[in-house]
Design a protein around this ligand. Sequence first.
Ligand code: CAA
Length: 301
Amino acid sequence: MQTVDRVDGAAVSPASTFTRLGVIGCGLMGSGIAEVAARAGLDVAVREVDRSALSAGRSRLVASLDRGVRGGKLSEAERDTVLGRLTFTTEIDAFGDRDVVVEAVAENEQVKSEIFAALDKVVSRPDAIFASNTSSIPIMKLGMATSRPEQVVGIHFFNPVPVQKLVEIVPSLLTSAETVNAAQGFVTERLGKEVIRSQDRAGFVVNALLVPYLLAAVRMLESGFAAADDIDRGMVLGCAHPMGPLRLSDLIGLDTIKAVAESLYEEFKEPLYSPPPLLMRMVDAGLLGKKSGRGFHNYAA
Ligand code: CAA
């Protein structure tokens, strides 16, 4: 890890100077990232496109903190302190003073590129980190939307963010070693996560392995090979997975799985990556999994 000289001569990690985080998008992943960072003591600004999305994102985050209170992991006073570290906004201009920004909006390359271009204009810190939580869009493309591609890196979290320890660090061909080291320091020292590194290839390490498995489960259901409950129970009881592949797909969101599958297929042209028709139709129908109340399983209750 590179170090920065302090005036008194001592060396500090650049990660310790990253105290102000911006999170773009307060959906499943963005709210989890914001929560973890605020619980770690950071000043966190969260941006959503409009007031209604912002209010839904804030409620999601508060619900997760309340779950921590109910589970005895934090007191009500601690929850309020964490909430006090969070600012909710619809303005990207509010991100001018951020040290690190993590973009966590839906998997749409054009939308993400526009966000990176806008951030490039407003963030003033010369060595700020511009990160994307994308699971499927090349980091290179997002870097090229800015004038500082050497400062753009993938910082990919896992759902639920407060629970899963892993973060994938994904440099593009143009990301500098300083940015990669600083991003890794930020994630491990400030957020307490574990990291692995991946090249900038569709799916990175984990989704390139996980998504074909999830798609295989959808095909198994689609072909009538086995029922959803049996597929899920099979992997939970037979392989000690915490949840079966269809329930996990519901947790991740079927729209996200479809986007990752399309990007894997686009990149490698392997049939096992192509999204099966059942998955496509469910996404068209708005059956997105847990977040919409119904996917392969029902969550209405
Ligand atoms: N937020 C915060 N904490 C949560 C949580 C949430 N949304 N969901 C669960 N937890 C915590 C609970 O508080 C509980 O903590 P304690 O044990 O300390 O009390 C713990 O997690 C277990 O929760 P539950 O007992 O309620 O439920 P569970 O045992 O069924 O676990 C699970 C739920 C954590 C989701 C577990 O089933 C699991 O780990 N599943 C696999 C998830 C996975 O594979 N995620 C990766 C998806 S891939 C991805 O995200 C990348 C991508 O780009 C698509």
